[in-house]
Each structure stands twice: as C-alpha cells, then as structure tokens.
Design a protein around this ligand. Structure first.
Ligand code: GLU
Ligand code: MG
Length: 448
C-alpha cells in the first residue's frame, strides 16, 4: 500500500510546491489561510499544527477588532491541524497547495472550531443510524470594475446562452480547476441577474460537502481574478436584482441506501425525512443565524424571489423554505432542498446546525404538516396561520433573538461556540443595521 505521506511528498516535489495553505473558515464566514513553507513539511506531516490567536474566532467581517462578549481574549493560542486527506494542489496558484484543517487546543478539538462542530453533528446522526449527504448549490455574480463602480460582467438573463459564450474562457478554466480538486460540476448556466451564474456540484458525504463549499468559493474567486473579474457571493448585491442563494441539498442515508423517499411511494418523502424536515422548519428562524448569517442576507429573503421566505415545505414549490425537488417520471425522490441558505454562511456551521435541527425533529417525532403546493405569499395571513406557516425573520436581529431562545440549537453548539458565534453575529448586526446599502456591499463584496 502506498503511504499517503509519500504521495504528498512526491506531489510537492514533482510540482515544485513551495507553500501549503492551511485553511479555516471563521465565525464571520470568512475563509482564511496561513501558508506554510514546504521546507518544514515533515513537521506538519507528523501532526504539528499552525498557530492562530484564539481571539481570531471573535473577529467580525467588517473590522479587525474583537467582538465583545465572545469569551475570547487576545491571550491564547490554538492550532490548525491539517486534515491531509483534503490535500490538493491549487490549479489557479502555481507553487501553492492547500489543506483544510481542524482547530485544536492542545490535543483536543477546540470547542470553537466550526469543522469539529460539524464532525460532532455527523457523529450524532451516526448514533441515530443516519448519514447525511449534501451539496451547496451556489449562485454568484461576476463583476467588473469600471472606474470606482462595479458592474455586472454581462447583461444576460436566466439561462441565456450568450452568457456561456461571453465568459467561456473563464468558465472553462473554472470547471477544469474544480475537477482537478475532485469537485464535479453538474451544470452551469446563467442565473436571472446580469452577470449571475449558478453552478450545482455533485453531492458528497456531509464533511466533504462543507469542505467542497470552501473549495468552491475559493476557486471561483481566484479564477475570476485571473480573468480580471470579481466574483462575489454576497447574498444581495443589487437591491432590485436576484440574490445569491446557496440552497442546501441533502439526503438521508443508511449505509448505501438513500432513505429520503418513502419505499412504498417513492414519489413521496419517507416518514423519517418528514420528521427531519419538521425539525428544520421548527428551528428555522433560529437556524437562519447560521444559514443566512449576514445582515445583508435578509435583503435576499423576500417573497417571490424563490429564496424561501416562509416556514413551509412543498413538492417542487420554489417559494417554500423546504422544497422537495421532483424527479423525472418513474424515478424516486432523491433529496430535499433548504432554500433559506446563502453563500456568506460558514458551511460547517450551517450544515452542522441544520443536521442538529433535523435530528431534533427525528428525536421528537415532529410533523411538518401538509405540503404546501401554492405560493405561500398568495395565502391570506389567516390561512397561513391556520396551516402553521410563519414568515421568517426579517432581519439578522430577529434571527439572533430566535436563536437566543432555542435551547436545542444552543446545546448542540456547546456553550463556547454559541457564545463566540453569537458575539460575532451581534457585532455585525449592530455595525451594519443602519448602513446604506452601497456601503454595506462595499465592505462585503470581496469578503464573500
Ligand atoms: N436566486 C434565488 C435565491 O436567492 C434562487 C433562484 C433559484 O431557484 O435558483 O435563492
Ligand atoms: Mg438558482
């Protein structure tokens, strides 16, 4: 059997890799890295970690200052430990490779580490006999600088073929860079905003799905830059244009059996999948602090924008927060989509918290109610109330208030992560809630 360490050594030697980027995604949803020189590779292969300040998990998106009340102080060091199974060369950055990391405090996973949190939730699901597979379905804008303005890279509309032609070289390089990193793009097409694209990728086991989201965001941003473009995943860049979602598709498995569909009626959801989505819908207002974490996120969540603005589910219903995609005739349902998610999220926290909400639904045997097969915005308030359909939080402030009351989610997170994460969310909300839209977008545009 080839030793994995030898494979990494050989890849580094033969490709002249000078730096390996150690990546983590923080409580602000920012992807950060420290790149280590390969002259010291042996230490890292033996498990040495890369130090970062513990307080790094208390830094909000807009400033380099600590959020108050995070429980973290400038004193204290934690270490990123490479998960060498995620090692890849970076096709867009010759001489650089990358690994994803878990943050440790001493020998143990650090309670504030988002990737370790997702691992815990996967383990919890495993204790119930379940494995989750998932994929984030990203939308993003390609933009160009014109003087001090930023404008869409094209003026196409949904699925207009011209978009594929105009940006062909960039899209070609993007696809090949993703493939080189083990990510299979399933499709690419113009989304409804000018310069907006959607690129669904193949699903994977939960931890890998969150890793894929990091790799995807990194790769899109970097390849766009090589073509003189800015790629942005900010949820709502242009107030009157479509927002960027990152709908979270997931399925429930037992071993190699997909248990999302009802075995006797494969066009319907299994009972377990129904209780799982009941948990998601029950916790959704609080869950949004993870899935739509930016103050900007709430500008995207609006009725009639297909972004999932009400707590309901439906078959093929693009206005329901939870949509069950309808398969081609004669095929079983394969998975479920949560629409109330955008790409400013930390994917480990978003997916981990969604699993926690779903498992709570399973444990309590919750009922999601009847599927909703109309646009919930067309129902009267009275009808919605009778059917248990609630509008979702209209701001990050409201979602934070919901999370503060949500014992199950807070407990899943653990006291340390709950505290540091909420401190960062509150700091961003306070700093940005009254900002004019343009100023907010200017801060966020190249962070996400
Ligand atoms: N752009 C929409 C959103 O903000 C989604 C459109 C679609 O259904 O793909 O989520
Ligand atoms: Mg879309």
């Amino acid at each position: 059997m080839t030793d994995w360490k030898n494979e990494i050594r050989a890849a580094i030697r033969s490709h002249g890799i000078r730096y390996v980027r150690f990546l983590w995604c923080d409580n602000a949803g920012l992807i950060r890295a420290k790149a280590v020189h390969t002259a010291f590779l042996e230490d890292y292969l033996e498990g040495a970690g890369v130090g970062i300040a513990a307080a790094q998990q208390a830094v909000p998106v807009m400033v380099d200052a600590l959020a108050s009340g995070s429980g973290l102080t400038p004193a204290g060091e934690v270490h990123m430990r490479a998960d060498w199974s995620t090692f890849t060369l970076l096709p867009y950055a010759p001489g650089h490779a990358r690994v994803l990391t878990d943050i440790h405090e001493g020998e143990a996973p650090w309670p504030h580490c988002p990737r370790s949190f997702l691992r815990r939730m996967i383990e919890w699901a495993g204790q119930h006999g379940w494995q989750i597979r998932a994929a984030f379905e990203n939308e993003f804008y390609l933009l160009r600088r014109e003087g001090d303005r930023v404008v869409p890279a094209d003026s196409t509309v949904f699925a207009q073929t011209a978009a594929l032609d105009v940006l062909a070289p960039m899209l070609e390089e993007l696809s090949s860079a993703l493939e080189a990193q083990g990510i299979v793009p399933e499709m690419i097409y113009a989304e409804s905003g000018p310069g907006q694209f959607e690129m669904p990728i193949r699903y994977a086991e939960a931890l890998r799905a969150a890793d894929n989201q990091i790799i995807f965001r990194e790769t899109v941003r970097a390849v766009a830059r090589r073509h003189g473009l800015i790629a942005s995943f900010v949820p709502k860049i242009f107030p009157d244009k479509a927002g960027n979602g990152a709908h979270l598709h997931f399925s429930l498995w037992q071993g190699d059996q997909n248990r999302t569909a009802d075995p006797r009626r494969p066009e319907a959801l299994s009972l377990e999948a129904q209780t799982f989505i009941a948990g998601i819908l029950h916790h959704l207002p609080a869950l949004m602090v993870f899935t739509t974490p930016s103050p900007n996120s709430y500008k995207r969540i609006r009725p009639r924008f297909w972004s999932g603005a009400f707590t309901c589910w439906g078959y093929g219903n693009r206005e329901a927060a939870v949509r069950v995609p309808q398969p081609p005739a004669g095929r079983p349902i394969t998975h479920v989509e949560l629409k109330t998610v955008d790409p400013s999220c930390n994917p480990y926290l978003a997916l981990g918290a969604m699993i926690a909400a779903g498992l709570d639904g399973l444990e309590q045997g919750l009922d999601p109610g009847e599927p909703v097969q109309v646009d919930p915005a067309d129902l009267s308030e009275q009808e919605r109330a009778t059917r248990g359909i609630r509008p979702l939080p209209a701001s990050l402030g409201e979602a934070i208030a919901a999370l503060e009351e949500d014992e199950a989610l807070l407990q899943a997170l653990g006291p340390e992560l709950a505290r540091s994460y909420l401190a960062v969310r509150r700091a961003e909300w306070e700093a940005m809630k009254d900002l004019p839209h343009e100023e907010e977008v200017q801060i966020l545009l190249e962070r996400y």
